[in-house]
Design a protein. Structure first.
Lengths: 272, 60
């Protein structure tokens, strides 16, 4: 089930509200001296541009790129929330620990997530290949923006299909644990905006439904349906960011594939 | 604050922009300034040192 709602009908859900309230309490739980931030260490340190430590060309669309959030980007801003119940026998911490440890295994076939060498920790960079259909593949990456025991967030670099972040969290409002993926995003440029409109959104819905279903199955949950909710947070496009199209990783990957034989030929000529 | 909190700030920012209003922050510690810079929220939400400088900055 996918629900689309208007711009007014949106709010961050999940652990965010609890954490914001907790931040305003003193050490004794009441109003008082502001304690040192308890979230220090859960956030990545500030970076201006991403670095990729692995060798090879796979990180070419990530190395040196800036991070982009939903404030940047070009297209309409969307908030997409996908959730599924994983049962009574799994705690929120167990669910998130499993998700972090086996993140790549839950991705649908045809997509590849090369996780950070040290696992999903704040400041780490992961490389990924996303199948776009028709044999096309988007090579890009993500940055681990935030991670704690009950949630973690990935942020995208320039050239990614969208500018934004994806937060993975678990909650146990009654006696049943629910896991959730929430995407807050804008398409990064006009090409991606068109691609999202003509099937990209549908493909993304399918991607996260399959991912959550695989996670629930791994956790031993009884068969359940993924609930999906899509909200258009901002229907306006940010034309000031139209030039971001030059960073488009899909076009760069395509160009690199097309020109690879020529580059190889030129290299051999130089060596001769 | 976890990352859900910055999502709430973005939502608030969009609502303010829709009403042709600005959104500013003040009194944030270095830690939260860094979070604003890391997430690039500082490009849309100006951060001031105090309420007074925020009011001056917002009205100028």
């Amino acid at each position: 089930m996918t629900e689309r709602a208007g711009p007014e009908d949106t709010a961050a859900t999940g652990p965010a509200k609890r954490s914001v309230q907790a931040e305003n309490r003193g050490p004794d739980g009441g109003a008082g001296i502001t304690p040192a931030p308890r979230d220090r260490g859960r956030w990545a340190a500030k970076v201006d541009r991403l670095t990729v430590t692995r060798s090879g060309s796979r990180g070419a669309n990530v190395a040196g790129r800036r991070l982009t959030g939903p404030v940047q980007g070009f297209g309409k801003m969307w908030q997409k929330t996908y959730s599924i119940e994983v049962g009574e026998g799994v705690s929120t911490k167990e669910a998130i620990a499993t998700w972090k440890e086996h993140f790549a295994e839950f991705w649908p076939e045809g997509n590849r997530f090369e996780g950070p060498l040290k696992g999903i920790h704040p400041g780490e960079v992961a490389l990924l290949d996303v199948g776009l259909g028709g044999g096309m593949r988007l090579s890009t990456g993500v940055f681990v923006l935030y991670a704690d025991e009950e949630s973690f967030t990935l942020m995208t670099p320039q050239g990614h299909m969208f500018a934004g972040w994806i937060t993975f969290s678990a909650e146990r409002p009654r006696d049943i644990t629910t896991v959730q993926a929430q995407v807050l995003m804008r398409a990064n440029d006009p090409i991606y905006e068109i691609a999202m409109a003509i099937g990209g959104h549908r493909k993304e819905d399918q991607f996260w439904v399959e991912t959550l279903t695989a996670l629930a199955r791994y956790l031993g949950a009884p068969p359940a349906t993924v609930r999906a909710r899509t909200v258009c947070v901002d229907p306006r496009r940010q034309w000031g960011n139209v030039t971001d199209v030059w960073q488009n990783s899909m076009m760069r990957s395509l160009l690199r594939t097309i020109t690879a034989p020529l580059a190889g030929y030129a290299r051999r000529r130089r060596e001769d | 604050m976890n990352s859900g909190g910055i999502g709430m700030l973005v939502t608030l920012l969009i609502r303010a922009n829709r009403q042709h209003k600005k959104l500013a922050a003040y009194g944030r510690s270095d830690h939260y300034r860094e979070i604003f810079e890391l997430t690039r929220l500082d490009e849309a939400i100006t951060i001031y040192d105090s309420e007074q400088t925020a009011l001056i900055g917002m009205t100028s």
